[in-house]
Design a protein. Structure first.
Length: 107
């Protein structure tokens, strides 16, 4: 995986998680224009992530780990949530699964 691929995945994850956060804000009283802005961000994530020229199953399998990590970090640092140990453990399992997808060609 190249540095450029990492940047694409991180950018896509920020768009997806950020878009969901914006939709959430809109649904909690900020209005329809905020919801629509979140929808645009969510749609943009799909375009960005698919610029990586991998098989779809590998692409999304590895991307999910980046998405999960960014989601937990958003919860912790943007929404100031206390992240339970079980969530961190689950995140580690997801990341291990992505590593198997990425590097497990001979299995």
């Amino acid at each position: 995986m190249t540095y450029f691929t990492w940047l694409i995945f991180i950018g896509a994850a920020v768009l997806e998680v950020g878009g969901d956060a914006v939709v959430r804000k809109g649904l909690r009283g900020s209005g329809l224009s905020i919801i629509l802005a979140g929808c645009v961000m969510l749609g943009s994530y799909g375009v960005v992530v698919n610029t990586v020229k991998w098989d779809f199953s590998k692409l999304l399998g590895v991307y999910v780990a980046i998405f999960a990590l960014v989601s937990v970090l958003f919860g912790r640092f943007v929404f100031d949530e206390v992240i339970p140990k079980a969530t961190w453990l689950g995140l580690a399992v997801i990341i291990c699964g992505a590593m198997i997808i990425q590097f497990g060609k001979g299995i």
